[in-house]
Ligand binder design. Structure first.
Ligand SMILES: [Zn+2]
Length: 223
C-alpha cells in the first residue's frame, strides 16, 4: 500500500515536470474569400495546387508585430484581405497577413487560426512555416520576459506535435533563398525584416537547444 502511494506520488511528480501550456483560441476571419486567396497564393507564389489551404509544418518563424497593443495587433490580422487590396489592380496577392499564434506582452498565448492552415507571414516559406507573432517590438514596447518564456514553451509544444526542423527569426528568412524549402518564384519579391532580432533569437535558441533544430543556412552570395 505504502509503495503504491509512493509510486503514485512519483508518477505525479514526473508528469508535472513539464510546464503546462495554456493556449486561448481567438480566431481571425477565415471565410471563403480567405480560403480562396490562400489557395491562389499557394498556386501563384509556390506552384502548389492544393484543394485545401493546408501546410506541412517544418519550421517555426518568430516575429514581432511592431504594434504596441494586443487589440491593434489582432486587428491587423483579422480581415481576410489586405487593407490596401483592390481586386482590379494586379499585385502580389490580396491575402491579408496572418500568423498562427499571437503572444501578448503579458505572455498570454492566443491561437489565431488552425495550426495546419497556411498563414501569410514569411515570403518563400509559408507552405511549411508556423508563425508566432509577439505584440510589441516598438521603441516603447520591447518584447518582455513573459513573452520570451511563452515563446520557449510554445516552441516546445509545437516541436512535440510536428517534425519541426528549423526555428528562425523573421529577419533570417532570406538565408533560405537557395534552400529546397524556398518556393517563392519572384526574385524581386522581398521585404527587409528586422524582427524579432538576434538577441531574442539567441535566448530562445539557448533555451531550446535540446530540441536539436538544424542550423540556419548561410545567406546565399548575391550574384
Ligand atoms: Zn515578421
Amino acid at each position: 500500500m505504502k509503495h503504491t502511494l509512493l509510486l503514485i506520488v512519483l508518477t505525479g511528480l514526473f508528469f508535472s515536470c513539464k510546464p503546462s501550456i495554456e493556449i486561448i483560441d481567438k480566431p481571425i476571419i477565415f471565410d471563403e474569400t480567405r480560403t480562396q486567396l490562400t489557395l491562389d497564393y499557394l498556386s501563384e507564389r509556390y506552384g502548389l495546387e492544393q484543394k485545401e489551404p493546408v501546410i506541412d509544418p517544418k519550421m517555426i518563424v518568430l516575429h514581432w508585430t511592431a504594434i504596441p497593443t494586443l487589440d491593434g495587433s489582432f486587428d491587423a490580422f483579422e480581415r481576410p484581405t489586405l487593407p490596401s487590396w483592390r481586386p482590379d489592380i494586379n499585385g502580389v496577392s490580396g491575402l491579408n497577413v496572418s500568423s498562427h499564434f499571437l503572444i501578448a506582452q503579458d505572455g498570454t498565448i492566443y491561437r489565431l487560426m488552425p495550426e495546419k492552415t497556411m498563414g501569410r507571414h514569411v515570403i518563400g516559406l509559408n507552405h511549411c512555416a508556423l508563425g508566432v507573432e509577439n505584440v510589441g517590438g516598438t521603441e516603447d514596447t520591447p518584447l518582455t520576459e513573459a513573452q520570451l518564456k511563452s515563446n520557449i514553451r510554445l516552441v516546445e509544444y509545437l516541436s512535440e506535435k510536428y517534425n519541426i526542423e528549423y526555428l528562425i527569426g523573421h529577419h533570417e528568412y532570406t538565408n533560405f533563398e537557395e534552400h529546397p524549402l524556398w518556393l517563392e518564384k519572384d526574385e524581386g519579391y522581398r521585404t527587409k525584416k528586422t524582427d524579432p532580432g538576434p538577441n531574442f533569437m539567441e535566448k530562445i535558441r539557448k533555451a531550446t537547444k535540446n530540441l536539436n533544430f538544424k542550423p540556419v543556412p548561410n545567406k546565399p552570395k548575391t550574384q
